[in-house]
Design a protein around this ligand. Sequence first.
Ligand code: NI
Length: 136
Amino acid sequence: MVYLTRRERFNAAHKLWVKAWSKKKNKAVFGKCANKNWHGHNYELFVTVKGTPDPLTGFVMDAKELSTIIKREISSHLDHRNLNLDVKFIPKDIQPTTENLVILIWKQLAPHIKNCKLHSIRLHETENIYAEYFGE
Ligand code: NI
């Protein structure tokens, strides 16, 4: 089994906030992500697929095609958007955390990966924090 990873980048704004909590508690739990008028992240998305290299092309999957699918299904919907308000596949009643985003991105992307399998979605929110999802 060979694992192939494609990276795509996007920039987006969000706000993490629990309405039932005080301003003080929201700031304490979510820090900068609780900023009143949103704040942004330069996200890095790593999509890994797995399979056996094709005998003719040597590809598990055409990385250009994978890029096209990620851009069409994911980054074009997220890039320069407000993740709380603008994105159809992000429910309005969940926190747009990196942890929730990897699950939603998996669900959005998985049906479009043909002839090999989606292995993981890894999303970097900062250079020190990322979340990873393997479909369960
Ligand atoms: Ni944030």
